[in-house]
Each structure stands twice: as structure tokens, then as C-alpha cells.
Design a protein around this ligand. Structure first.
Ligand code: SF4
Length: 422
């Protein structure tokens, strides 16, 4: 069993019920909108809410958001999401209840990143602030991929290095780890590897489970459910997010379903009931997904052929349509992500064996779209960059033309080389 980490009034791990969380997609500078969304998510059952902090100015915005929430009696813990900047992370203890970072991205020089992480631990110790070491497939950093490749093992090893620092600093009892990937096989393997490494080390910190950039609709829910259910069945996972490119409140019914199916019941019952259809697809995903991902079965019988194909694709057994990854959006999102994702899906539905990413921002999008064949990435100011694998091939394309240009590019490439999925 994992140890318990206290985050504000919420306990993660240690045999407590699985904690359900989500993330705001408002701009953090829009305090009114972010406060409203936090309240709405808390009402829908979020036990923890993450908010992006992309700049030092947003540290102060987060403080204002927290004060407004507390003044109306909302005690939901706030998790600050920080990318790259140790300076921003250092300004957050005392404001956020938990800080989510990937310390490997604090500095290109690995030793400097380690020094910055050590300083952050000391600052967090002063305020009792929890830390999530959040490693994402696709943004691992050269220091680890050069040695171990872009693999589940590399993700687990990267997390173990930072966890070891926290253990040595006697701060592991405030640490949670996540190893997210959009590829369910990679994600499941990474957490399993980390579980083995932690067991050998004799320190089990709580795990935050999530499939990143899972997309939306039924395929997004199914992709999250097959991977999260597999790990929860195997005894790994203490807090979960069903990440969807939709309103964050929409994530909560599926997350609650998984938390209650595999964890202890929450006192007070379920605040986010499922629709009949959601329950039907989640039941099927949880029944067949873990067996497919463990290789116990290669296929299954179902009268619902669409659901059958979605589950097989979520487990990467069969690709009956393009594989999409889309970030859920956050305060960094620079355009109408949800609407654009729908347009991209409609325009590319006829392709096969291709992985297309739709990402909200140019800061993290290119790194986080991992092994996508094509990426649609918002630059801001109504412009888009289109990527082929990791290379930006069409820059500064007006949004109005971007979907069409993406389709043209895929068509041209497909004419030259048949598409194969990674
Ligand atoms: S890629 Fe999407 S979720 Fe990630 S930081 Fe950018 S906008 Fe936010």
C-alpha cells in the first residue's frame, strides 16, 4: 500500500478512497472565470483542482483565486501546474496546496535542474506544500532519452531519480508521482515499471493516474478507462484524472465511476452520476480493456461494433480510424480547442493508420504530442503551426485555413508513402 500524502484537507494514498481530480481550462488571469469553474468542478465532485501558472504574474492570480474560493467556504485543494520555470515553482509554496512539476525541465543542464529541485523541496518544506513529480511521455528531456530512449522504462527511471532526491531530503511523504502518456500501452507499462522500482526501494508514494491528451467523447472516456482500470486492478493508483478535451466538469462522472469501482466508497456518495450510455461504455471498457492490455485476450465479442472497435483501438490492438490525441486545454490554450478538434476529426475521418495531435499551445504542445505523425498546434494571434512528426513544416497558418492545410499535407504524404501508425 502507498503512503499517505496530505494535500490541504484531502488525503491521497494510504488506503484512502481514490481521489478524483480535474483541471481548469480558463485563463488563470481571468480570476472570475477560474473561480466559477473551480466552484462548478467542486460541486460536480472534483476533490482537487489543478490550475496552470504560466507566468510569475499568475502566481498572484492564483493567490486571489484561492482567497476568493476560501472566502465562500470552498476548501478544494488547488494544484499549481508549472512547466519549465523553477522561478515560478519557487513562488508557489504557501499559495498552492500542491505543485505539479517535471524537475527535469527546470534547466537544460541536468545538475542545475537537480539543484533547483533541491531548493524547491526546501521551500515546500516551510509551508508543507505537496509536490507532484509529473513525467510525461514525449517531454522526458535529452538527459534521459539519450540513455534509455523514449520508453516506459525511461519514464519510470526519470521519476525515480527525483523521488530519490525527495527521499534523501526526507520529503517523500509529501510527494505524488504521475507518468502520463497518450499511448495506453506506454502509460500502463511506465506505471508498472515505477511500481516495481518503488517496491525494490521500499518507498511507495501515491500514484496519480491519467492518460494524457485522450481526446473527447466516447473514445476519450474509453481510452482513459482501459488504462486506469488496468492499473487500479493491479493495485496501482491513488488519485485519477480522466482527461478530456471538453469542459472539466464532464470529466468527473467517468472519474467517479472508476474511483468507486476500484477503490473504497467515498463517504457521502457519488456527486456525478453517469448517463446510461456512459455507464454502458465504461462497463465494457473496464471488463475488456484490462484483459486486452494484459494480453490475456486479443479480441472479444460484442453486438455494438463501434464500441468494440473503440475499445480495441484504445488498447492499440486494431486501428479502425485515425488515432487522435488532443490536450484537454488549460489556461495556456490559445484558440477554440474543442471546436477545432471536432473539425479536425471530421476532416480526417477517412484516413487510416495515422496519429493526429491537436494541441492548445506552442509552449508545451510540440513536446507533449509525443509520437504523433501530425500535429496542429495553436501559436496564438489566430495562427497555427502544423507539424510532421517533430518538425514544424507549415508555420504561421491562419486558423481559417489550417485544417485544410493539414488535410492536404496528410494526403500528399500518403500519396508518397503508405501511412503506418507508430
Ligand atoms: S498542450 Fe494543452 S494542456 Fe498542455 S499546457 Fe498547452 S494548452 Fe495546456
Amino acid at each position: 500500500m502507498s503512503q499517505t500524502v496530505q494535500v490541504g484537507p484531502v488525503k491521497i494514498g494510504g488506503g484512502n478512497p481514490i481521489v478524483v481530480q480535474t483541471m481548469c481550462n480558463t485563463h488563470t488571469s481571468d480570476i472570475e472565470a477560474t473561480v466559477c469553474q473551480c466552484l462548478s468542478c467542486a460541486k460536480a465532485g472534483a476533490e482537487m483542482v489543478r490550475i496552470t501558472v504560466p507566468s510569475l504574474a499568475d502566481v498572484e492570480n492564483l493567490r486571489l483565486i484561492r482567497d476568493r474560493l476560501r472566502s465562500v467556504g470552498c476548501t478544494v485543494p488547488l494544484v499549481a501546474d508549472v512547466h519549465f520555470s523553477s522561478e515560478i515553482a519557487m513562488a508557489l509554496p504557501g499559495i498552492a496546496d500542491k505543485i505539479r512539476i517535471n524537475p527535469g525541465n527546470f534547466h537544460p543542464r541536468h545538475e542545475t535542474a537537480r539543484e533547483k529541485f533541491a531548493l524547491l523541496i526546501e521551500k515546500c518544506r516551510v509551508f508543507g506544500t505537496a509536490i507532484r513529480i509529473g513525467i510525461n511521455h514525449g517531454s522526458l528531456g535529452a538527459y534521459i532519452t539519450e540513455k534509455y530512449g523514449n520508453t516506459p522504462q525511461a519514464m519510470a527511471l526519470a521519476a525515480m531519480e527525483w523521488l530519490e532526491m525527495a527521499i534523501e531530503a526526507d520529503y517523500a511523504d509529501k510527494v505524488v508521482v504521475s507518468l502520463k502518456a497518450s499511448n495506453t500501452v506506454v502509460m500502463v507499462e511506465a506505471y508498472r515499471a515505477l511500481g516495481r522500482m518503488m517496491k525494490e526501494r521500499g518507498v511507495m508514494v501515491p500514484l496519480h493516474l491519467g492518460v494524457t491528451e485522450a481526446g473527447n467523447g466516447e473514445s476519450g472516456r474509453i481510452k482513459s478507462a482501459v488504462a486506469i482500470a488496468t492499473l487500479l486492478e493491479e493495485g496501482l493508483g491513488d488519485t485519477i484524472r480522466v482527461s478530456l478535451t471538453e469542459a472539466p466538469e464532464n470529466e468527473l462522472p467517468a472519474a467517479w465511476y472508476l474511483a468507486e469501482r476500484y477503490g473504497l466508497p467515498h463517504p457521502g456518495g457519488i456527486p456525478s452520476p453517469l448517463t446510461e450510455r456512459e455507464r454502458y461504455i465504461l462497463d465494457a471498457a473496464c471488463e475488456f480493456g484490462p484483459r486486452l492490455l494484459r494480453g490475456e485476450i486479443e479480441d472479444f465479442e460484442s453486438e455494438d461494433s463501434e464500441l468494440h472497435d473503440e475499445i480495441l483501438q484504445a488498447c492499440r490492438k486494431k486501428f479502425y480510424k485515425p488515432e487522435y490525441i488532443a490536450c484537454p486545454g488549460c489556461g495556456r490554450t490559445l484558440y477554440d480547442l474543442q471546436g477545432t478538434f471536432e473539425r479536425v476529426k471530421a476532416a480526417t475521418a477517412g484516413f487510416r493508420n495515422v496519429l493526429i495531435a491537436v494541441m492548445g499551445c506552442i509552449v508545451n504542445g510540440p513536446g507533449e504530442m509525443a509520437d504523433a505523425d501530425y500535429g496542429y498546434v495553436g501559436e496564438g494571434r489566430g495562427l497555427v503551426t502544423i507539424y510532421r512528426r517533430r518538425e514544424p513544416v507549415l508555420r504561421h497558418i491562419p486558423e481559417a485555413e489550417a485544417v485544410e492545410r493539414l488535410v492536404e499535407l496528410i494526403r500528399q504524404d500518403a500519396a508518397e508513402t503508405p501511412l503506418t501508425i507508430n
